[in-house]
Design a protein around this ligand. Structure first.
Ligand code: HEC
Length: 98
């Protein structure tokens, strides 16, 4: 029994990693273009350029998707569509709301 629980826990732990594959990050001095698609990192890097980083919990999932879109399309926030999607995913996971 103990063994099964331990095995289940290990499986869970193995699945909960944020980034699959070799997660070696490049050094902080790497050029922005080479940055990995890391939602949390992109949010911090791209969304505090013009104003303070907004509170992740201040919006629900749909609202974040619309807001990030608005920042990129109307305010001139720099993000590729892949990066935009990663930022939205991060916000939707971290906000603890629907
Ligand atoms: C190029 C500048 C710029 C960047 C980069 C930027 N924003 Fe903004 N953002 C603005 C400006 C200007 C406003 C205030 C005017 C407005 O809300 O239309 C604002 C307002 C906001 C607000 C407040 C809106 C409200 O309801 O009061 C949120 C939330 C926000 N930004 C989120 C983000 C996120 C998330 C990112 C990253 C994807 C981001 N911003 C990147 C320019 C920027």
């Amino acid at each position: 029994m103990r063994r099964m629980i331990a095995a289940a826990f290990l499986t869970l732990a193995a699945c909960s990693g944020e980034s699959p594959g070799p997660a070696k990050k490049p050094p902080a001095t790497a050029a922005p273009a080479a940055a990995p698609v890391d939602g949390a990192g992109l949010f911090a890097a791209r969304c505090a350029v013009c104003h303070a980083l907004p509170d992740v919990k201040s919006r629900g999932d749909a609202s974040w998707a619309a807001e990030v879109r608005r920042m990129v399309q109307q305010k001139g926030a720099k993000a590729t569509s892949e990066e935009e999607a990663a930022i939205v995913r991060h916000l939707q996971q971290a906000n603890g709301r629907d």
